[in-house]
Design a binder for this molecule. Sequence first.
Ligand SMILES: [Zn+2]
Length: 65
Amino acid sequence: MLAAASDVALRGSWMRLKACRNPPCHLGFYDRTRNSSAAYCSPNRCGAQVAMRAYRSRKAKEEGR
Ligand SMILES: [Zn+2]
């Protein structure tokens, strides 16, 4: 009973193990969000970095017209 429960918990935690979507980072991280929607190891670090990069490239494109 206990073994089966921990087996499911283990499998569940593997499902939540992800790689950061910030290209230079690619750090493995454990997704703690309820719907496992996390994309970055840290939304404050990598999430913000990717958002800033997207913002800059968008701005550069607009100015390059
Ligand atoms: Zn990261």
